[in-house]
Write a protein of this length. Structure first.
Length: 344
């Protein structure tokens, strides 16, 4: 069924998802924070800053008014950075349709509270929203999605109906949408892979090869799963699109913001220089901070995250980080063989 959909956030991901929805025939209102960019989208059907190569469908109409964007819309899709989620929800709460289906496509935790995005959304809107809330995640770079390159993603929700509605809205020949009821696992996997992507970029920036990258991905997945399972995720989610699928794409793609930021750090640039040069959200930086705190709180061993925390926030060099990881004591690969020695 054709729907009126509001997409909140006109960075690369919001713009690409607006394009998918519009090509599926939906009427899309795109909320753009910057009024000048809203005019550009309406007049030129382009978003030069975030997706310069793409021409956008004409059934995307941009507005810088959050009220105009969401009022009366049966579906709202949030694609803002994690640090903006709470404030955006607060600002749009009064205008939302009481029966709205809410999707979010944000990969991160709220740093201050260490909460997942769906928890932040439920706190700001209402606990009942969870029955109409779904997350969209999986291996999907905006730059490829907007040019209709084959892409697979996953939607997760506590409500089967919401999950199926989200799948129907988004799925097409080039954008294949799977469902997975493990909302907790989907959100955690999507957020934590960005930490490992920073590490993979660093490894490449240091000039290390494929062996190092494979080690980071595999041991990265081990610690992502360890924390995720402790926080209530289903183990198999980490073997799926939200887990290993997204880990592969983010750690190996030239489009990845997290990999690119890591690469520059590996080459010896300072974090502030790197973030300035990126000009786009690099979720992995805040997520490293959040995961470091969560790992301490939950007493879960996350050696790669710990080392990256040291590099990002404590002045350790990338090379020292590698030495630290490679110089750790002997241990089992599979912690189930010796749960007492749950080390990576
Ligand atoms: N880019 C991708 O390919 C991709 C794919 C999947 C998921 N994501 C996730 O989507 C989310 C958004 O990423 P993106 O790549 O579109 O980022 P981006 O850097 O391309 O754009 C960020 C957007 O958020 C807006 N913004 C920044 N601060 C804001 C604030 N305080 N309040 C409201 N809006 C604010 C900016 O104006 C911009 O429109 C992230 O969580 C990211 O991990 C991105
Ligand atoms: O470009 P990145 O590193 O923010 O990753 C974007 C998506 O999460 C890839 O699935």
């Amino acid at each position: 069924m054709i729907q009126n959909v509001a997409v909140i956030g006109a960075g690369s991901w919001g713009t690409a998802l607006a394009s998918v929805l519009a090509k599926n025939g939906h009427q899309v209102t795109l909320w753009v924070r910057d009024a000048q960019l809203a005019d550009e989208v309406n007049q030129t059907h382009r978003n030069q800053k975030y997706l310069p190569e793409a021409t956008l469908p004409v059934n995307i109409v941009a507005t810088s008014s959050l009220e105009k964007a969401v009022a009366g819309k049966p579906v709202v899709l949030l694609a803002v950075p994690s640090h903006a989620m709470r404030q955006v929800c607060q600002s749009m709460a009064a205008y939302l349709d009481p029966e709205v289906l809410l999707l979010h496509a944000t990969k991160g935790f709220e740093l201050e509270s260490l909460k997942r995005m769906s928890e932040v959304i439920a706190e700001e809107l209402s606990p009942q929203i969870t029955s109409r809330l779904a997350v969209l995640t999986g291996p999907s770079h905006a730059e490829e999605v907007v040019c209709e390159q084959p892409t697979t993603v996953v939607v997760s929700s506590e409500s089967e109906e919401s999950m199926l509605r989200a799948q129907d809205l988004l799925m097409n020949q080039n954008f294949r949408v799977y469902t997975n009821p493990d909302l907790v696992g989907a959100e955690i996997a999507g957020a934590l892979k960005n930490i490992i992507a920073l590490g993979a970029g660093m490894s490449d920036g240091l000039g290390y090869g494929d062996n190092a990258k494979a080690a980071l991905l595999t041991r990265g997945l081990a610690e992502i799963s360890r924390l995720g399972i402790k926080l209530g995720a289903m183990p198999l989610t980490f073997a799926g699109l939200a887990g290993v699928g997204d880990l592969i794409v983010t750690c190996t793609s030239k489009h990845s913001r997290n990999w690119r930021a890591g690469y520059m750090l590996g080459q010896g640039k300072r974090l502030d220089e790197v973030l300035e040069q990126m000009g786009m959200v690099v979720e992995g930086v805040r997520t490293t901070h959040a995961a470091y705190a969560l790992a301490r709180r939950e007493q879960v061993d996350m050696p790669i995250t710990q080392v990256l925390y040291g590099i990002l926030f404590e002045g350790k060099t990338a090379r020292q980080g590698v030495e630290e990881l490679m110089g750790r004591g002997k241990t089992f690969e599979m912690s189930y063989l010796n749960p007492e020695a749950d080390r990576s």
